[in-house]
Design a protein around this ligand. Structure first.
Ligand code: ATP
Length: 318
């Protein structure tokens, strides 16, 4: 559905996006994740045709944004960060104006507004001045304007930024509902947001692509936790001999099994070598507290990527 290839963007001295490539399939909800200044907004502005890339190609539904910007924008609904709304306008006035700016045929305006407010839960608020709405409801108005032309793709720049926890839950629910009919790319620096809504994640660090993966794959840590009675001899050596285990480290006392130490085995194959580890433990007559693949979360993955990036940068500079 969307293909971003070797995207570069420079703002004079600032090299904001450095050779970023990723693809988005129809129906995906992609979280574009990165710290402040990582390049998320820049990627979104280029993707939506509001900014020219320095180099690289972007296609949406097979249409090249550089060759046919309008053709791409027809397929995309864009909610910019701090979407410009007109506070003095009524919700319906604003949405009708946006229909006109989008060049929707005049006889389709009422149906477009009606569908958009129904999808975003704004039906009761049509005649309210935007200024009198809460931040969460103003964000719904921003989402409503983004879907007026029934785009296949929604690009949402930090859609829950500045909202309170209840509003955040509401907007996330709304995004999940919209995702039933659209492909969505949303940017955020909130890791839980990605875990709560997305099925894919693209991570940018200092303008470079650091990860592009299905969320479930990214969270597979390729480590097995082995809990062995404290004081057992020869654990590192025996675990190191298990087929597929590439590295063994002791992490200290196992918080879930008093009197046991936690050993971490990195593995290289596709499947966690849990049966082989248990076999080794039985052969060695160890008292086990448990053997299980390690479940990581996005925060640990993100921290690991950041530190790997820092090491790579240091090595480059040396
Ligand atoms: P945030 O989470 O803070 O919104 P971001 O990941 O969206 O950050 P961008 O806004 O894309 O990051 O910015 C990437 C880099 O490009 C930053 O260093 C930023 O200062 C710089 N930048 C963005 N817009 C401009 C501009 N118009 N002129 C010069 N530099 C810019």
């Amino acid at each position: 559905m969307i293909s971003v290839q070797k995207l570069e963007k420079r703002y004079e001295a600032v090299h904001a996006v450095k050779g970023v490539s990723f693809d988005v399939a129809r129906g995906d909800i992609v979280g574009l994740l990165g710290q402040n200044g990582a390049g998320k907004t820049t990627v979104m502005k280029v993707l939506t045709g509001y900014l020219e890339p320095t180099a690289g190609t972007i296609t949406v539904g097979g249409v090249d944004v550089l060759q046919d910007r309008i053709g791409v924008q027809r397929q995309i609904g864009y909610l910019p960060e701090n979407a410009p709304l007109y506070p003095e306008m009524l919700v319906q006035e604003y949405l009708l104006m946006m229909c006109e700016l989008r060049s929707l045929p005049a006889d389709k305006h009422l149906a477009a507004v009606s569908d958009a407010v129904r999808a975003t839960g704004l039906t009761q608020f049509l005649t309210r001045p935007i200024a009198t709405l809460s931040k969460g409801y103003r964000q719904r108005v921003g989402l409503a304007q983004a879907i007026l032309h029934k785009p296949e793709v929604l690009v949402l720049d930090e859609p829950t930024n500045g909202l309170d926890p209840v509003q955040i839950q509401e907007i996330r629910g709304l995004i999940r509902r919209l995702a039933q009919h659209s492909t969505i790319i949303l940017s955020t620096h909130i890791l839980q947001e990605v875990e709560a809504v997305c099925n894919r994640v693209v991570i940018l660090i200092n303008g470079e692509l650091a990860a592009d993966s299905a969320l479930t794959d990214l969270l597979k840590s390729k480590r097995v936790r082995v809990s062995v009675k404290s004081g057992t001899d020869g654990v590192a050596v025996a675990l190191g001999k298990v087929a597929g285990v590439s590295k063994v480290a002791r992490r200290g006392a196992d918080p879930d099994a008093p009197g046991h130490d936690l050993w971490i085995c990195d593995y290289t194959g596709e499947h966690a070598p849990v049966p082989a580890v248990i076999e080794a433990a039985v052969a060695q007559k160890w008292t086990l507290g448990g053997v299980a693949p390690e479940v990581s979360n996005l925060e640990t993955v993100f921290r690991t990527l950041m530190s790997e990036k820092a090491v790579a940068t240091q090595e480059k500079a040396a």
